[in-house]
Design a protein around this ligand. Sequence first.
Ligand code: SAM
Length: 346
Amino acid sequence: MKDFFNSLEKAMLSQRWVFDDRWSRIGNPFSWVDGSRMDGHSFLKQEYAILQCLSMYYEEYESPEVLKKSKQHDECFNSLNETLEKVVSHFFPSLEIDKRIKNNIKCTALARTQDFSFNELFLSELPNKPVHLDIGPGLGTHAIYSNKILNSSYIALEANDYMYAVQRLIYRYLSHATNPYYDLINAETLGVSESKIKEHLSSIEKYAFFHLPSWHFSMLGDKSVDLATATFVLNEVSPAGIVWLLHNTVRCLKNGGYFYIRDSNKLKPNRHTFNYDNVLQDLGFKLVKKLDVINREDMFGIPRAYQKNEEYNLSFEDLFDQYFGRVAVTNHGGEYMQNLPKKLKA
Ligand SMILES: C[S@@+](CC[C@H](N)C(=O)[O-])C[C@H]1O[C@@H](n2cnc3c(N)ncnc32)[C@H](O)[C@@H]1O
């Protein structure tokens, strides 16, 4: 993963994250608050991380009746289940797919089927071959239904080295018999120029999957995305992280494009207090649908989606200052919490 860190370091300097305000006050957006759990476990930088990521889904929640109304619910579930079994057999042919792994596969397949079904049922203006931006893909399982059933061009946005490594394995495996998988860090390392990479990004339909490190988010064009998904990620990043992800996602969404979010719908302690659901509505997004379910009673996480309705012209700094305050310091942990404007509090 030398190339990953070379790319990150270059961006930290060239984008000035280590100077001035960005360094002394705001912080950089490329950390995962929970990412340090992985440090010191070198096996998680190898294929074993696939099993670790798969095991993150271990509680089974059947799809609520409303989501089962999706015409392709069962087809999607079967396809995910089958593909995930193939992934495990491909990377670990010596391993018996026992009850425990079967459960992880089923729970993961159910979660993604529910995401797909929600989108199929409620995002009525989604075009036939959408450009789908997936923020913080984890194991990368949104790619399975996205490519096969939504017929999308799929872009995976990631900032964490362990997760980028596992996604590299998955996307390469999934794409080997279809269109190529484009890894931006790989292109950068081979000396492909930024203008050429942007050109490749603008003919995204040629690739099965496009892997985009978060520090190169600005290479993705304004109003180029039809659907953004963020499942179990937006409440796991730093203040700079959430503003960066929200700012760029809003910038990249087309007018009429959708932002699908699924998580506990609660801001977690010691991350940030930026209430992204409220901020999206402040920015003119319309709530399309929020499922009336209880987290971890009815299902894992609460799915909801917003639609972009207004022009967006703010910069990252504008949005940061508007919500955190022009002199707020969020880079040293802790103290920014005390001086928050009321509207940021959950
Ligand atoms: C809990 S996992 C969720 C994975 C997947 N979306 C799912 O629903 O199973 C969080 C994901 O967000 C990524 N992530 C964390 N911090 C990030 C950041 N600052 N920018 C982009 N992605 C980030 C992690 O590396 C990981 O892939």
